[in-house]
Write a protein that binds this ligand. Structure first.
Ligand SMILES: *Cc1c(COP(=O)(O)O)cnc(C)c1O
Length: 227
């Protein structure tokens, strides 16, 4: 575990330097979905400091077992509004917000526990029918409306691009997310900061870093194949 984690951290730093970026501006989200708590504990002890989880119930169980560790928990999976109450209690950042309905519910639940919930807006960058996320041409409007909810704080964008075996085929989608972020940033919407770009996974995180990723979400290369 430690070797695999170190190898990924090294590759992140090398990719950053190769394109003239400070490696400290890129953070690794160790995607621990389906991994049991004792495996996640090994990753934490090996140095993982941000954990990415996809399923609310599974994450609640791991959080109960591991909450004494000083690590950040990020929600990266599809989120239904009726689970908002649980996620605001656990997660430091939600990468997968894609509707105003969800923003409203997160705002309501965050307000109850006196929290301002940091979120990213998930964009369906290639408009794939099977994927969640807001359409690129509806993202600005969603963010303008979401910005009025003061217990939710928008920090940037996230995407899951189409799957290809070659990172070079995915690269244009990473570049498109960066451009969309830049355009939205130019609107200077109050209560919105477009500083984060969550993109890149095991097969393509180096290309994502070259295109501006600030969070890469890596599972398989750290934990091995999932069951
Ligand atoms: C599973 C998952 C990842 C990690 O994928 P790997 O290919 O295993 O690195 C990243 N992001 C999201 C949203 C995921 O669901």
């Amino acid at each position: 575990m430690k070797d695999r984690l170190l190898a990924i951290q090294k590759r992140i730093a090398a990719a950053a330097r190769a394109c003239g970026r400070d490696p400290l501006t890129i953070r690794l989200v160790a995607v621990s979905k389906t991994m049991p708590a004792d495996v996640v504990r090994q990753a934490i002890e090996a140095g993982a400091d941000i954990l990415g989880e996809n399923y609310v119930q599974e994450a609640r169980e791991k959080f109960d077992a591991l909450h004494t560790y000083d690590v950040a928990w990020h929600f990266i999976g599809h989120l239904q509004s009726n689970k908002a109450k649980y996620v605001v209690r656990i997660f430091d950042l939600i990468h997968s917000v894609d509707s105003l309905k969800l923003v409203k519910e997160l705002d309501k639940q965050a307000r109850k526990v006196n929290k301002v919930q940091p979120v990213l807006i998930q964009v369906n960058i290639a408009l794939e029918g099977t994927k969640s996320g807001v359409a690129p041409n509806e993202t600005l409007e969603l963010i303008e409306m979401a910005a009025q909810y003061t217990h939710v704080s928008i920090k940037g964008l996230m995407t899951m691009p189409p799957f290809f075996n070659s990172p070079e085929k995915v690269r244009p989608y990473f570049a498109a997310l960066r451009e969309l972020s830049r355009k939205i940033d130019a609107h200077n919407i109050p209560n919105v900061s477009m500083q984060e770009l969550s993109m890149g996974m095991t097969g393509d995180f180096e290309a994502a870093i070259e295109e501006g990723a600030t969070y890469v979400r890596v599972g398989t290369a750290i934990f091995g194949e999932r069951y």
